[in-house]
Design a binder for this molecule. Structure first.
Ligand code: ADP
Ligand code: MG
Length: 329
């Protein structure tokens, strides 16, 4: 379907991004100077924005469909971590060139995910420049139900959804061009198509004491949750969810490194107060994806590291840290 003339800015918007939405709360969508949106009277508006840059957040040459999916998925993950219900998105697109095939794939990846979560694309911006995609998502949460990073208290149990590390392992498969068979495909899929845990976040909003999404590595992100909550944590390494795919391609040390400090998981890390654990555990069997108890929130002790890793009940040192864009800069 390649057309001879690359579409111009306005064609790009109308051909690939302006879609009719079923949402009745979009009073005015793409096409005017700004969108007009109806926020339900009894809800709070939740807003998040994330930028992805070629060569930083995804390798150059990544299929456009995956980039479109990722740009929205990482944002929906932030809303999921708040317990919010997504509603609308804005898309700022900086493109090196106007390539109809690329745009078709990118917009399909974006719209397919948007449709699954009933998200309406209501505006954005389109400019020429390096490949950089910024998405803003807006959603709702019932007043007083927002999940934050700051609500964990000593004694709370720590859980994580899915299998942290698989996405980073998938990126390694791609970058090192490993021939990984089925396991390699599963891991690449984890990296290329992260699934935002929106339904889980909605379930947790009345159950969890704190939550965040894991984007920069489990250990580092748990540290951030502890900082926000003024607590510390004990992470039981023996409890970390075991990947059926990673050991086929990586040794035990690499698997552990991916699990503790690999990025791009977009799983939910959350805490449940001890008295609510039976209620949560009763629900657990029905949750998708499975959630695993991985430790306990403790009191902050100035003499101790914020996150203490335990193996066989004993404190161990692990040499890993989360991703920081400006570390060492
Ligand atoms: P303005 O110059 O007033 O900012 P634009 O020409 O940038 O208007 O955009 C025209 C309309 O198209 C606006 O409604 C804007 O929100 C929307 N738009 C522009 N780029 C995108 C995009 N990549 N995705 C979705 N909507 C977009
Ligand atoms: Mg504009």
């Amino acid at each position: 379907m390649t057309s001879a003339v690359p579409p111009g800015e306005f064609e790009i918007i109308s051909r690939y991004f302006a879609r009719r939405s079923a949402r009745s709360d979009v009073l005015l969508g793409i096409g005017d100077d700004a969108a007009l949106l109806q926020v339900p009277a009894d809800r709070r508006l939740v807003a998040a924005m994330d930028t992805i840059v070629e060569g930083v957040h995804f390798p150059a040459g990544t299929a456009a469909r995956f980039i479109g999916h990722r740009a929205l998925a990482v944002n929906l993950s932030d809303l999921a971590a708040m317990g919010a219900e997504p509603a609308w998105a804005l898309l700022s697109l900086s493109l090196p060139e106007s390539n109809p095939d690329w745009l078709q794939e990118f917009s399909s990846g974006f719209h397919d995910l948007a449709q699954r979560y009933n998200v309406a694309l209501v505006g954005g911006d389109t400019v020429k420049g390096p490949l950089v995609i910024t998405v803003q998502v807006l959603g709702f949460i019932e007043a007083d139900h927002a999940l934050t990073r700051g609500g964990a208290r000593p004694g709370d149990f720590i859980y994580v959804s899915g299998i942290p590390g698989e996405s980073a392992a998938g990126l390694a498969v791609i970058q090192r061009q490993l021939q990984g068979g089925t396991a390699g495909d599963v891991l690449q899929h984890r990296f290329n198509s992260p699934e935002p845990r929106v339904a889980l976040g909605r379930t947790l909003r009345t159950l969890a004491s704190a939550a965040m999404d894991v984007s920069d590595g489990l250990l580092g992100d748990l540290g951030k949750l502890c900082d926000a909550s003024g607590c510390a944590a004990q992470l039981e390494m023996d409890r970390l969810p075991v990947s059926p795919s990673m050991p086929a391609l990586f040794d035990a040390a690499a698997v552990e490194r991916f699990a503790l400090s690999g990025g791009d998981d977009y799983e939910l890390l959350f805490t449940i107060a001890a008295e609510r654990v039976p209620e949560f555990e009763a629900l657990c069997g029905n949750l998708e994806p499975a959630c695993t108890r991985i430790g306990r929130i403790t009191q902050r002790d100035p003499g101790q590291s914020v996150v203490q890793c335990l193996r066989g009940g004993r404190a161990v040192t692990v040499a890993t840290s989360g991703y920081d864009h400006f570390a060492g800069a």
